[in-house]
Write a protein that binds this ligand. Structure first.
Ligand SMILES: [Zn+2]
Length: 308
């Protein structure tokens, strides 16, 4: 529905780029559209009402002509070339940055753990299969054609492939330029919140059987090496207990230190520089002037004689 009489007005000029106000006849949303686009759309035989962009897309995407042209495009040499290029770009990316693949697979796994989403997907897949019984066959053919990673064919499951990737990765990290570029990219992704909710890095938990008979759960190989060192040196500690409240800006936060070392009368935190936030630890110190926290970076652990 036209909301201004601009189009029919004789006193005001309507130009090529004049924006006209509409109300969508499908969803009721108000929208503005350039005059020249409106003219173009009106020539379309499917334009029987006034559609906002998303309602128009829905309308067009469901027409026979669109489906046919999509199919034609999909099978065209141009589209094939585009797909090929995109796929090889992705492959190169994965070889260059194996972490990308890992983090993607983590995200997918996480999504899969979402029961509601899983049900929704399975429902829509079922519906699609009911609508078109040839889907299964077509999917199978196209998967075979593309040599997809399914079932036992999953290359990463094969030790050899895994080794290859790991070697390629090691080689690549010998190049300081690549290392720097990679680190920059990951840092940026980190800052952009790409890894929010995904535990990257020190995510693996290990159990350590202490000579005192207790079993301690520690996170990551550095903590594991450190706890072993504490044990070997007869240093008593508490592990993953306690909470230090602090203020960061005007926010109340809690810090959960890794260890309390009795002899040192101090908390100790094994940290990779990458995950270390000076701002955070400054805030902790400021809020708790009498509390001692020793941050142990890799070089500190090595100095102590921890076997990393
Ligand atoms: Zn609409």
């Amino acid at each position: 529905m036209l909301l201004d009489d601009l189009v029919n007005s004789k006193t005001r000029k309507i130009g090529y780029k004049t924006k006209i106000k509409f109300k969508c006849d499908i969803c009721g949303e108000n929208y503005l559209r350039h005059n020249y686009i409106y003219r173009k759309m009106k020539k379309n035989k499917y334009y029987d009402k006034d559609y906002c962009f998303s309602c128009w897309m829905k309308k067009i995407n469901s027409t026979k002509e669109f489906k046919k042209s999509l199919k034609n495009y999909w099978n065209s040499d141009e589209a094939k070339e585009v797909r090929k290029r995109a796929s090889s770009r992705m492959k190169n990316k994965y070889v260059k940055y194996p972490e990308l693949k890992e983090s993607l697979s983590k995200t997918l796994k996480k999504r899969y753990e979402d029961k509601k989403l899983r049900e929704k997907i399975s429902k829509s897949v079922k519906l699609a299969h009911e609508k078109d019984s040839s889907i299964r066959k077509r999917i199978s053919i196209s998967l075979k054609k593309s040599g997809a990673n399914i079932g036992d064919k999953n290359g990463m499951k094969k030790l050899e492939a895994r080794k290859k990737v790991s070697e390629a990765r090691k080689k690549m990290f010998l190049n300081p330029k690549i290392r720097e570029e990679y680190s920059k990219k990951i840092k940026k992704a980190w800052e952009d919140g790409k890894f929010d909710g995904v535990r990257v890095g020190q995510c693996k938990w290990y159990e350590y059987e202490h000579s005192n008979g207790n079993i301690y759960k520690v996170q990551g190989t550095w903590e594991l090496a450190f706890i072993k060192w504490l044990d070997d040196n007869g240093l008593e500690f508490r592990c993953h207990r306690g909470r230090i409240p602090y203020k960061l800006g005007d926010k109340n936060k809690n810090y959960y230190p890794d260890f309390w070392i009795y002899k040192w009368k101090s908390y100790a935190d094994v940290k990779c520089r990458y995950f270390y936030s000076e701002e955070k630890f400054d805030a902790i110190k400021k809020s708790n002037p009498s509390v001692k926290v020793i941050i142990l970076f890799k070089e500190d652990l090595i100095k102590l004689g921890v076997n990393l």
